[in-house]
Design a protein around this ligand. Structure first.
Ligand code: ZN
Length: 323
């Protein structure tokens, strides 16, 4: 029997699992709730029990699995296979994730941070078309990213490489959680889009359901802004244009440095789809220098929620026996 890979996407509300073939086909997937009570001490045992249960269910033994890969929030030490400071898991202290899983299951384990792992997934089986140079940016509650250059994920000296969300796109702009001002995350995350809308609403005089809702203090989501823009709300259109400007500027700067085959946009905000992509591409073309403009593509992510388990599984491919 050919070996399988297991990919784990560890999140604050659910833990997603996949069993994949060595060439990246998802054969089984499932999810369990993340129990982050009691300083998250149940999480690793829950992962181990869930994998053991599924292996039994599918009649697989640990020899049938080449390796397990995992994407995790927080600060990941890839060598020690530990995670520190993942606050949505209640993991403030260092967690010996790899040692526990390898010991319990007898399967080799690899780990990286969740944004990097999603980037690997999109690069391998999604919009990245398995090219050696791919940049992934994910627009969700924050803006995350992963950079693959010459086939290697960029980690930097402290593991903070590829933090696209903290690229400054508006000097002295909105305050960011990182302590700086004007990071991409402050204007292109789900909350960032609404923040831009609120700022522009101060000066907008015309009719707009979105502006009215913002001025009334109603709950407005980034999705509402995109839907309104697409159906012709002029004010919402201005907001989307501004967000697309920031994303296009960031993409052009990334492109000018890395000249990747593609810059792939994913995450919840990217549900705005082609409407957003085309606008980002226009801005990208405005700021990218000629060779980059002609060769680097702006694409939408293709794997959705599966990017995490697929990318995690790709981490485990290093353990497969080559024939
Ligand atoms: Zn920042």
């Amino acid at each position: 029997m050919t070996q399988k890979l297991i990919g784990i996407d560890l999140g604050g509300t659910t833990i997603k699992f996949g069993i994949l073939t060595l060439d990246g086909q998802v054969q089984e997937k499932w999810a369990i709730e993340t129990n982050s009570l009691e300083e998250g001490k149940h999480i690793v045992p829950d992962i181990i029990a869930s994998i053991q249960h599924r292996l039994d269910l599918y009649g697989l033994s640990s020899q049938d699995v080449a390796g397990i890969g995992m994407g995790s929030p927080g600060a990941v030490d890839r060598k020690a296979k530990t995670v520190t400071g993942a606050f949505n898991l209640n993991w403030a202290q260092k967690q010996e994730v790899g040692a526990a899983i390898e010991q319990a299951l007898g399967i080799p384990f690899a780990i990286d941070n969740d944004a990097n792992v999603a980037a690997l997934g999109e690069r391998w089986m999604g919009a990245g078309e398995n090219q050696p140079d791919v940049v992934f940016m994910t627009l969700g509650t924050g803006v995350g990213g992963g950079i693959i250059a010459d086939g290697n994920l960029i980690h930097g000296v402290a593991g903070a490489g590829g933090e696209i969300g903290h690229m400054i796109v508006e000097p002295d702009g909105f305050e960011c959680t990182c302590g700086n001002k004007g990071c991409l995350e402050t204007v292109a995350s789900a909350t960032g889009v609404v923040r831009v809308a609120r700022l522009l609403a101060e000066e907008y005089e015309g009719e707009s359901a979105i502006k009215l809702a913002i001025d009334n203090g109603d709950l407005v989501a980034s999705k509402d802004v995109f839907v309104a823009a697409e159906s012709g709300d002029f004010f919402a259109g201005q907001v989307v244009d501004k967000v697309a400007f920031y994303l296009g500027l960031a993409a052009a700067n990334l492109g000018n440095i890395l000249n990747p085959d593609a810059i792939v946009i994913g995450g919840g905000v990217s549900a705005a789809g082609e409407f957003l992509r085309a606008k980002v591409e226009d801005q990208f073309k405005r700021y990218a220098f000629p060779q980059v403009r002609l060769t680097t593509k702006i694409k939408l992510a293709e794997l959705g929620n599966d990017a995490g388990i697929i990318g995690a599984a790709s981490l485990a491919r290093q353990f497969s026996v080559k024939d």
